[in-house]
Design a binder for this molecule. Sequence first.
Ligand code: ADP
Length: 337
Amino acid sequence: MIEIINVSKQYRVDGVGIPAITNINLRIEEGEVFGIIGASGAGKSTLIRTLNLLERPDGGEIRVDGKDITRFSSKELQNYRRKAGMIFQHFNLIKAKTVAENVRYPLKLTGEYSEAEMDRRVAELLDLVELAEQRDKYPAQLSGGQKQRVGIARALANHPRLLLCDEATSALDPQTTQSILRLLRDINRRFGLTIVLITHEMDVIRAVCDRVAVLDKGVVIEHGLVTEVLLHPRHPVTRAMVRESHHEDGTDLVGHLGLPGPLLRLTFLGEATYQPVLERISRSLDVSFNILEGVIGRIKDTPYGQLTVQVIGTDPDVARVEEAFAHQSIHCEVLAR
Ligand code: ADP
């Protein structure tokens, strides 16, 4: 478990302090996939790099299993870093080494393995990332997705408990992004590895993360379960990111149409997504629903739907409709009565 306590970092440029992150407090649980999202310059990269002290915070503590890593001796830090693998947006592979040699490198650095042990581990890792056939190729001969797979194999070499992903899919096309995200999900499940990733894309958060923190101008503006933050964003910056990820242009369709109420926003999560709830309530209360807007999709493994509906009936009683949705475990927000 990682506790980030009051962590701040400023960069000094020409003697002037530029705050990158300010008083960050977050807790990352063992075995979860934790996402940090924000626009460019929000402080994501600085924050993730404090978790292995590639950036040293000016203040605050980073406790890993109760120990503050900012107080580690250089030997302790070296051991800790071995258990905290990292992958990068631009892969950072050694160009003059083959795929197998790149993956072998962190094993060699420990000085703890025999040649045969390293051979075995490299073969195992290349199988895991499905690159066994590319083992003797050089990075320049690989596609972006293959390069990132090498990066992942290398990061996993020493059996880390933590994997830090610095915009790991930002340089990849959408299809390759999905395959890398599937691999990360698989690794998280199979090895119970804790993953912390930073991204500027809500789709990445939606695909793999359990919890998320939203960073804006160096501060955490909201955090929580991805299902909660995505479906009920509180901060305007988060709302704008969610809207954008749904390819909405920001026009208030409902306001724009000037429709009379009542208007409801319904959120379906998990099992409820598969139930004909609208139909059921429509029959039992003798009302109709006019669907005005909607999205359906998945957050990691959880199906969800969110609809904006107008309630139509001779005398629609909103309180009764609300109650009926609550009874079916559907979150119902009244936008207009
Ligand atoms: P993000 O990863 O969200 O794009 P960064 O952590 O890279 O954000 O940057 C946060 C802020 O710190 C930005 O204002 C950026 O310009 C500044 N910054 C980042 N790295 C440096 C650096 N090495 N020197 C000076 N300023 C920096």
